[in-house]
Design a protein around this ligand. Structure first.
Ligand code: FMN
Length: 176
């Protein structure tokens, strides 16, 4: 699949087939994230993979996600970044908030690589920002200082949503 087709055909998928994903497939997704660019090549991202049914059940019991469809995905990829890895000597003037911003920016690039790779592999994805961050960190043993802007749910799509509206090119760009 051409990158252009992956960009155009990707949709947020919220209905999945009851089918497990192989470790090879999950590794391929993480590999695509691994190759993303990052500031100073800091690579601050950390991905926690939840595919085990008991772990998913534990997240459900603790009401981590508001949407029930999240638990029906084959795999929940908890997308985190370590702001300490984004701190370079020349960045000493940056605040903690700036470092979290840098780490989050790099994580977003890696995550979108992963989403487009999943699209090429015929998998469906959806970013999920609505979650109880403190509780999920406690349950999965994620360090509290990591940023956790979203998770990506992945699985075999069981719906074909139409494209959601987008602004026109002329509305989002202008010659400067
Ligand atoms: C960072 C981020 C967080 C999101 N959080 C949620 C969410 O919590 N629940 C949800 O149903 N969709 C969520 N979405 C999906 C958006 O609603 C979706 O991308 C947008 O409506 C455009 O639709 P499309 O992805 O099908 O093109 C999120 C998307 C992003 C990028």
């Amino acid at each position: 699949m051409k990158v252009e087709n992956a960009i155009k055909s990707r949709r947020s998928i919220r209905k999945f087939k009851d089918k497990e994903m192989s470790d090879a497939l999950i590794n391929k997704l993480i590999e695509s994230a691994r190759l993303a660019p990052s500031s100073h090549n800091a690579q601050p991202w950390k991905f926690y993979i939840v595919k085990n049914k008991e772990v998913k059940e534990k997240l459900k019991e603790n009401n981590i996600f508001r949407h029930p469809f999240v638990y029906k995905s084959s795999c929940i990829i908890v997308c985190c970044a370590d702001p300490d890895l984004s701190a370079k000597p020349s960045d000493s003037i940056f605040s903690d908030q700036d470092l979290a911003g840098k780490a989050g920016r790099d994580l977003a690039f890696a995550s979108q690589n992963l989403v487009l790779q999943a699209t090429e592999l015929g998998l469906g994805t959806c970013y999920i920002g609505m979650l109880d961050r403190k509780k999920i960190k406690d349950i999965l043993g994620i360090p509290q200082n990591y940023i956790l802007p979203f998770v990506i749910i992945v699985g075999y799509p069981d719906e074909k949503p139409s494209q959601t509206p987008r602004k026109k090119v002329e509305d989002i760009s202008k010659e400067a």
